[in-house]
Design a protein around this ligand. Structure first.
Ligand code: 5GP
Ligand code: ZN
Length: 112
């Protein structure tokens, strides 16, 4: 989708600080980090949200890609959080599926 900012980041049309890439996924640092590590993992193909996923492998691979990002950031042992905000009350503001990988500080619960 040409008007989707995350599609444009995946295509290189909008600059971002990339941390990991594969043929299916791109990981880049969030523009407004909420923790010392805050990386977004997106599929290269446009899917609006978790509600729109039809391919089980896509979310499985997305999660493992997020796990590998966390490991590369040195967070595997100390811990981290992977979040998929979905639609308005879930806090989603960009409607291209993305997983937030956040860590580097203790995470509170319940979430805000
Ligand atoms: P959501 O609220 O949809 O779960 O998360 C969207 C995230 O994308 C937010 O954390 C926001 O800071 C980040 N974001 C929005 N626009 C850009 C951008 O142009 N570049 C980067 N790197 N992050 C962005
Ligand atoms: Zn998109």
């Amino acid at each position: 989708m040409s008007d989707c900012i995350f599609c444009q980041i995946a295509d290189g049309g909008i600059p971002a600080t990339l941390v990991r890439e594969s043929d299916r996924f791109v990981a880049f640092r969030d523009l407004h980090p909420q923790a010392p590590t805050h990386v977004l993992v997106i599929p290269r193909t446009h899917v609006a949200s978790l509600n729109d996923v039809s391919e089980p492998d896509l979310v499985g691979e997305l999660l493992l890609f997020a796990r590998d990002v966390a490991g590369a950031e040195g967070l595997a042992d100390r811990g981290y959080r992977v979040v998929l905000n979905t639609n308005a009350e879930g806090g989603q503001t960009v409607f291209h599926l993305h997983a937030h990988v956040v860590g580097g500080r203790p995470m509170g619960w319940p979430p805000g």
